[in-house]
Design a protein around this ligand. Structure first.
Ligand SMILES: C[S@@+](CC[C@H](N)C(=O)[O-])C[C@H]1O[C@@H](n2cnc3c(N)ncnc32)[C@H](O)[C@@H]1O
Length: 327
């Protein structure tokens, strides 16, 4: 290599120090390809609950552990794209896998889901942590629970349709983080407001893919209203096949976000599944490849027009959201 292209020893040292600082700060290097190994022991209890009907997703049989969200993926996204004391919003919060990791890392969080079964499961789980985390219950209603741990971190779960997030002030959230529904692939519950439907309704009553995407678009439009102008939106998706048709779900999602006005900031690909879970026979017969990667799509809310919010933001409205027990 020509001498002028070689890194000088002192530059190498600076670079190594910077890499070292990154690892110390985040626990991983901020690269675009993540190999996700086993679950960190401290976080395993947050996701290993069995719930839901068995289903295939992404070509893998998920048994009774429907759509588990890997806590290490949550951890990386949360520590990299938010800071302690920030507010996180999850519009498809299900069994609260992202909220619980946010809480463990000192982020306030609010989640909403339309599955009654998942909501009640998460509700119970938050109450169970009461003694363990010295938690105070601030609000306890049928469709809403807000708790606060000894460090002052607030966690709130709500039951409802996230096409309406009017209970969150505009320009208030630092990080939106979600694992959205998968069209008609998975069954989450019988609620008519579910954006997709699995085995619960007949083929004729299921939404078309376009209708499903329209629902997602309504949710991300609401999320954008709640997001601060310098906030991030992190969306974890995987492409999928249904009845022999390949759905470019991540590509369609990027398109939706752009239409709503977000800026596409980054994309991470991660490998989650072990080879033993994949059905290679089906792949070989159809000349498919087995999907062993997922996408983390990161968007920014830059470019929000002044006055575009449907609810005006003021410091006092955010403060009352944080302080008021019955907003
Ligand atoms: C992929 S799942 C999330 C599961 C998550 N990965 C986990 O590990 O628990 C998508 C979630 O979106 C929820 N959902 C679907 N339509 C909704 C809507 N209109 N409003 C709120 N939540 C909705 C479903 O109930 C389901 O819990």
């Amino acid at each position: 290599m020509p001498e002028e292209l070689q890194l000088k020893p002192h530059k190498l040292k600076v670079r190594k120090e910077r890499i070292g600082k990154c690892i110390t700060k985040y626990g991983f290097l901020p690269k675009s390809l993540w190999k996700i190994g086993s679950k960190p022991a401290a976080l395993t209890g947050y996701v290993s609950d069995k719930i839901g009907k068995g289903s295939y997703a992404g070509g893998a049989w998920r048994g009774d552990r429907l759509s588990q969200f890997h806590p290490e993926v949550s951890r990386r996204c949360i520590v990299y794209w938010s800071d302690r004391g920030d507010w996180l919003l999850d519009p498809f919060s299900a069994r609260l896998p992202r909220l619980l990791v946010a809480r463990a890392h000192g982020r306030n969080s609010i989640g909403q889901d339309i599955s009654r079964e998942f909501f009640e499961h998460g509700y119970k789980k938050l109450l169970e942590r009461k003694t363990l985390d010295q938690t105070k219950v601030l609000i306890k209603e049928k469709d809403r629970l807000r708790i606060q741990d000894e460090n002052g971190t607030i966690t709130e779960t709500r039951y409802g349709d996230s096409r309406n997030l009017s209970f969150v002030p505009s320009n208030f959230i630092d990080l939106v983080f979600a694992s959205p529904p998968y069209y008609n692939l998975e069954y989450y519950g019988p609620e008519p407001q579910q954006l997709g439907h699995g085995s619960d309704v007949g083929e004729g009553d299921k939404p078309t893919y376009q209708e499903f995407l329209n629902g997602i678009k309504e949710v991300i439009t609401e999320c954008r209203r709640t997001l601060k102008s310098d906030g991030y939106c992190v969306w974890n998706v995987q492409d999928f096949r249904k009845d022999g048709v390949y759905y470019d779900y991540h590509g369609d999602t990027i398109q939706l976000f752009k239409e709503v006005g977000y800026v596409h900031h980054d994309t991470v690909i991660f490998n989650l599944f072990s080879l033993s879970q994949m059905n290679f026979t089906r792949c070989d017969i159809n000349k498919y490849t087995a999907k062993i990667h997922e996408y983390i799509l990161i968007f920014k809310n830059r470019g929000m027009r002044a006055g575009a919010s449907t609810i005006s933001h003021s410091k006092s409205s955010s403060r009352s959201f944080v302080m008021s027990p019955s907003r």
